[in-house]
Design a protein around this ligand. Structure first.
Ligand code: UDP
Length: 397
């Protein structure tokens, strides 16, 4: 028999003498050697990890490279024509004389409000500029169309897109509305406090040694975990919940939808799973606050802060569409390597607490807009069809 290593992970863990995904059926157990490969993967990742800044980083240094990369395609300058080209893919915003203007209509008013919270606070520091902000989940500028279309801001993308990432509206408002948060999950500042408090209530040693997931079937990549949970409820508790598109149990993989669970209550479990949804899932950042071990499936979909989080250092990476067997094996590995799991969970949680603070979101918005503005080649003029957004209007939304 071959010396099998049944986990196919993102990173370099699949090295010599190791079964890949194609051999999974023959890879029914972990042996010491396979465990060592994973342990070494963590060790190597830690050795090469260079912290992006000190803990009281006041200049959001950890994320500046993302801004540089996203703006690279527009280094030759941003013309009025380029913005006219993208206008129909998003909502137009203009900053003029430290006032904020916008298209009259916004496709998702609560999302615009979540964006405007940050823009309004920054107005005294922002020079004149013109921009198009996409409030849909999906990015808009596929590579290859870039020079034809022009710059647009989106909250999430893959490397196939040239959209410029901005901190999602949900850091303040307009996040997903679930029964427990009927007006949407927002206010990252409050969520940070509340989930961190829940984490303190369940220290590592008291967490249930189970993998946990609640969410809707926005991507079938989540199916394997849900199916594994049905087979092995003593290892995984993963169920599909309803979302607005739910029509029948078919949409929850032939089961009745489960009740939604507060993010605070996720902290009772040792292993928490994150998957992409339509685009990146807002869940990711919250999971770290629990001080549980975060398993992140797939690495394609990003938000601006994902790049600073490192696989094996802050979370456990799993390749896209992991099989039930792969999930089972990696869970068994961490059940047997509890100290390693706790250490990764602590580093992940510390990173989010120290570097994804409200001040980091504000800092990112500011650095992004100041760098973007430098690329604008035309004089920004007032336009009668745009309406002024004032702090008062923001509260009314
Ligand atoms: N959510 C939650 N409890 C649940 C189900 C969902 O807190 O029981 C949150 C989840 O963390 C995410 C949001 O609701 O931030 C939307 O989840 P869903 O799975 O519907 O969509 P996606 O992850 O694709 O954005």
């Amino acid at each position: 028999t071959r010396n099998c290593f049944a986990i196919s992970t993102v990173g370099d863990a699949n090295i010599d003498n190791v079964c890949g995904i194609e051999n999974l059926e023959n890879c029914s157990h972990f042996d010491i050697e396979n465990s060592n490969i994973l342990t070494n993967e963590v060790k190597r990742s830690l050795e090469s990890y260079v912290p992006c800044s000190d803990d009281d980083d006041n200049n959001c240094k950890c994320y500046i490279e993302v801004i540089t990369n996203d703006l690279k395609p527009y280094q030759k300058g941003i013309t009025q024509q380029m913005l006219n080209n993208t206008a129909k893919y998003g909502t137009r915003y203009k900053i003029l004389n430290h006032q904020l203007f916008r298209d009259k209509e916004c496709m998702f008013p609560a999302r615009c409000s979540g964006i405007e919270h940050f823009l309004l606070n920054l107005l005294p520091e922002l020079p004149d500029m013109d921009m198009v902000v996409n409030t849909r989940d999906w990015p808009q500028v596929l590579i290859g169309l870039g020079s034809r279309i022009g710059p647009i801001f989106s909250f999430s993308k893959t490397s196939d897109y040239l959209d410029i990432m901005y901190p999602a509206w949900t850091f303040w408002a307009g996040g997903p509305a679930i029964s427990l948060h009927p007006t949407g999950i927002g206010r990252w500042d409050l969520q940070r406090d509340s989930i961190s408090k829940a984490a303190i209530k369940t220290p590592w040693s008291e967490k249930l040694p189970l993998a946990f997931f609640r969410g809707s079937r926005t991507s079938d990549e989540r199916d394997a975990l849900v199916l594994l949970s049905r087979r092995k409820p003593d290892l995984v508790d993963a169920k599909y919940t309803k979302n607005q598109a739910w029509k029948s149990p078919k949409d929850t993989l032939n089961a009745e939808p489960a009740k939604e669970v507060l993010l605070e209550d996720h902290c009772r479990y040792k292993y928490l799973f994150n998957f992409r949804g339509v685009a990146a899932s807002f869940r990711f950042k919250h999971l770290f606050l629990c001080n549980s071990l975060v398993f992140h499936v797939g690495e394609e979909w990003k938000e601006f802060f994902y790049f600073a989080l490192k696989p094996w250092v802050h979370y456990v990476p799993l390749k896209s569409y992991p099989s039930e067997k792969e999930i089972e094996n990696i869970l068994n590995f961490f059940l047997e390597h509890d100290d390693l799991a706790r250490e990764i969970s602590e580093r992940g949680s510390q990173f989010i607490l120290n570097h994804l603070r409200m001040q980091d979101i504000e800092c990112y918005w500011k650095s992004l807009l100041l760098s973007y503005q430098k690329l604008i080649t035309f004089k920004v003029e007032s336009e009668t069809e745009l309406v002024q957004i004032s702090p008062l209007q923001r509260q009314e939304l």
